[in-house]
Design a protein around this ligand. Structure first.
Ligand code: SF4
Length: 293
């Protein structure tokens, strides 16, 4: 059987090839460096005590300039066992993981293990979701109909120039929205509620009124929620977020344009494991072996 097929089952005992090292940090999130057998490392974060954000690649090829995860490019995708191992290792510490989101280091649709991983989570009665920049588009089509509990497409722009700046190696807005316009009407109303768009607002990149209006024109016909994300500063990026006032005005503008919009939740803006802050390392960083679990 193809180990990456949707029907693949994980038969090895867990955790496999995964060791956790808890990171220092304040706040309610728990963040771990996930050490892999070949010396590479990624990160995983537990939100609210039961929702685990896992990584799908060591690094990322998409190169979003606001994100620390892809700052050094892509080293390799994770295997199915390494993705499952993150969940099982955190569960082995006594945490009742009931939700998993593939929103950590890496572009989930660049990893063949992601869709089998969603299936595995469902078999384990864990609700899985994912966040993707949208490509490859054929895999996005498949993922939309996969047994997930939520799929968020990171758009971050209303025009193609802003899209190329914010998501440099993701699909362009034209073909991305063509796929969404074709696939979303095939979903039931309850499944459509599981789909969302994300717009991370950055100073002088995509915060202009024209840009927001252009995004609203594309997004409104889809009838899905938009998550308006605030930026979490990372040392690898010179980009800046916008003021709270500007953020709230953008929220109101998108709402007035007919979109259903949600703001960033507290867990996603915490410095300890907030969106875009997770890192990958191609080599083992063994800071303190006594804390490796
Ligand atoms: S935001 Fe996601 S797709 Fe973009 S570089 Fe970071 S991990 Fe990759």
């Amino acid at each position: 059987m193809d180990p990456f097929s949707r029907d693949a089952h994980v038969t090895a005992s867990y955790p496999v090839g995964v060791r956790l090292q808890e990171a220092d940090g304040e706040g309610e999130n728990r963040r771990w460096t996930v050490h892999l057998d070949d010396g590479a490392a990624v990160e995983a974060v537990l939100y609210r005590g039961d929702s685990l954000c896992v990584s799908s690649q060591v690094g990322c090829a998409v190169g979003c300039p606001f994100c620390a995860s892809g700052a050094n490019g892509l080293t390799r995708p994770l295997t199915l066992e390494e993705m499952v191992g993150q969940v099982d290792a955190v569960r082995a510490l006594g945490h009742a993981v009931t939700r998993v989101t593939v929103s950590g280091v890496g572009e989930p649709l660049h990893t063949r293990a992601t869709l089998p991983f969603l299936e595995h989570c469902r078999q384990q009665r864990i609700k899985p979701s994912l966040t993707t920049s949208g490509g490859p588009l054929e895999r996005l089509r498949e993922a939309i109909h996969a047994p997930h509990n939520g799929l968020t497409v990171s758009v971050h722009a209303g025009t193609e120039p802003a899209r190329s700046r914010a998501v440099p190696r993701g699909p362009a807005l034209g073909p991305l929205f063509e796929v969404l316009e074709e696939e979303l009407p095939k979903l039931s109303r309850s499944r459509l509620r599981k789909i969302a768009l994300a717009y991370l607002i950055l100073d002088r990149v995509n915060d202009g009124d024209d840009e927001l209006d252009a995004f609203a024109r594309r997004a409104r016909p889809l009838g899905v929620w938009t998550h308006l994300y605030a930026y979490n500063p990372v040392p690898t990026s010179a980009h800046r977020g916008v003021s709270r006032e500007r953020y709230e005005r953008a929220y109101e503008r998108l709402g007035a344009a007919g979109l259903r919009v949600r703001m960033s939740c507290k867990a996603r803006v915490e410095p300890n494991g907030g969106c875009g802050t997770l890192i990958a390392s191609a080599r083992l960083v063994d800071r303190d072996r006594s804390r490796v679990q």
